[in-house]
Write a new protein. Structure first.
Length: 433
């Protein structure tokens, strides 16, 4: 064998081994994966409110390694990170889309948000998105009218028509003797629940004969908003009869009068007053106190009061305890205070023609006496007459066989002073003793 060939055998064997192992090493090197950070985008921000919003992201490439954490991170400064932020979410693992609820924000504030994804290579961030939270708005509330006014109370309320974007946590009415009352400066307020819609308020603890200003209020996250201001004045006082009817009391000069005609069906000792409906029966009754509703319609009594004979007046029990039927002298003091008989009717009559016939001459109701034309039960035959035209009122003063009374008409501004017999039927105004 050629000696040169023999010398090559070991060299070729070594070369073969080298080639074999070299090839094997190259193959292993090509199969090792290259790990990179993930690739992702940040979702647009939606459902922005005062303190929250929604966002999220989409991990389009996990970088060759399992995504172990994902979510969004935000801050009032640009480019928030997991190490430097005002808040972050954790929204599961893996690639693909995810949503995030961003909470705990301040209202009317600008924020920056980025999606993030973490794998074994590190944390990657999506594009930055900027948004601003909404500003809180005041609630919208209107003030209701003031009704059922007495000497120490009234009824009001309001309507919350818009909550301003955040829940109304308190609402009611606030009042004061000075204008523009607030929850911080008032003489009283009510608490009437929460939320939007209408509400009623019981206003109490008021002083009599006092002017008040009231406003509805509604409180939300913005603060307290107020409705328009309304004004009302409490009454001098009230009085209740044996039937439980409530009457307004007014002060005119040195006198205190009821501002309504009496409509009780009981004496102040709780005994019943006889109700006579028949004309002839009324005419011939000369011994028993009696009352009637005009035309025997109780609805007339609700407006004009009842009609009584003088025998009921003479009992001294017709008016509530502490009150009495005014004397002839009491009526004279009233009409003198109102300028005399010639003009007093105009100052004492209710204004307008809802209850008085046209033209209701001279009516100004200057003292809020509110005189109404309740009519009469005619003395000669017991028939009902003159409702809407003439008001007749008993005095407690007799004059021989007759009794004094006062009258006011729709076509005159004066007050007349006359006398009649016991069987006539007239209205009664009570005066405080």
């Amino acid at each position: 064998m050629n000696k040169n060939i023999l010398r090559l055998i070991p060299f070729l064997a070594f070369a073969g081994i080298f080639v074999f192992f070299s090839h094997g090493c190259d193959k292993d090197s090509e199969s090792d994966p290259v790990i990179e950070i993930a690739t992702l985008t940040t979702a647009s921000v939606s459902d922005i409110s005062f303190t929250s919003a929604n966002s999220g992201g989409n991990i389009t490439d996990d970088g060759g390694s399992q995504i172990t954490a994902r979510g969004v991170v935000w801050s009032t400064s640009a480019n928030p990170t997991l190490q430097d932020n005002a808040g972050q979410t954790s929204d599961g693992t893996g690639a693909g889309t995810f949503t995030s609820s961003i909470t705990g924000l301040d209202d009317e504030t600008s924020y920056y948000v980025r999606a993030y994804a973490t794998n074994s290579e590190g944390t990657a961030y999506g594009n930055q998105v900027q948004f601003s939270t909404s500003a809180y708005l005041p609630a919208e509330v209107t003030t209701g009218s003031i009704e059922d006014i007495t000497d120490d109370s009234a009824k009001g309320g309001g309507n919350v028509t818009d909550d301003g974007g955040s829940p109304v946590t308190a609402r009611g009415v606030v009042w004061s003797t000075t204008e523009d009352p607030t929850l911080d400066d008032n003489e009283g307020y009510t608490s009437d629940g929460n939320g939007t819609g209408e509400f009623t308020s019981e206003i109490s603890g008021l002083d009599n004969e006092t002017k008040y200003y009231a406003r509805a209020y509604a409180t939300n996250s913005w603060g307290t908003a107020y409705g328009e201001q309304v004004q009302f004045t409490t009454l001098f006082g009230t009085v209740t009869d044996a039937d439980g009817n409530l009457y307004v009391a007014i002060k005119i000069g040195d006198q205190v009068w009821m501002a309504e005609n009496l409509r009780t069906t009981k004496y102040n000792d709780e005994t019943d007053i006889l109700n006579i409906t028949g004309d002839n029966q009324w005419k011939v009754n000369e011994t028993t106190g009696a009352y009637a509703w005009y035309d025997n319609e109780e609805s007339n009594g609700e407006i004009y009061g009842a009609i009584y004979n003088w025998i009921a007046v003479e009992t001294g029990k017709l008016c509530p305890t502490g009150w009495r039927v005014p004397s002839d002298a009491d009526w004279t003091e009233l009409t003198d205070y109102a300028g005399g008989l010639e003009v007093a009717g105009g100052k004492l009559k209710e204004t307008g023609t809802e209850h008085w016939a046209y033209p209701n001459e001279g009516a100004t109701d200057e003292y809020e006496f509110g005189a109404l034309p309740g009519g009469t039960r005619f003395v000669l035959d017991g028939t009902f007459r003159n409702i809407g035209e003439i008001g007749f009122w008993w005095t407690s003063t007799p004059d021989g066989a007759n009794r004094y009374y006062r009258a006011m008409g729709y076509d005159v501004a004066n007050v007349t002073r006359w006398r009649t017999s016991d069987t006539a039927g007239m209205s009664v105004r009570c005066i405080k003793e």
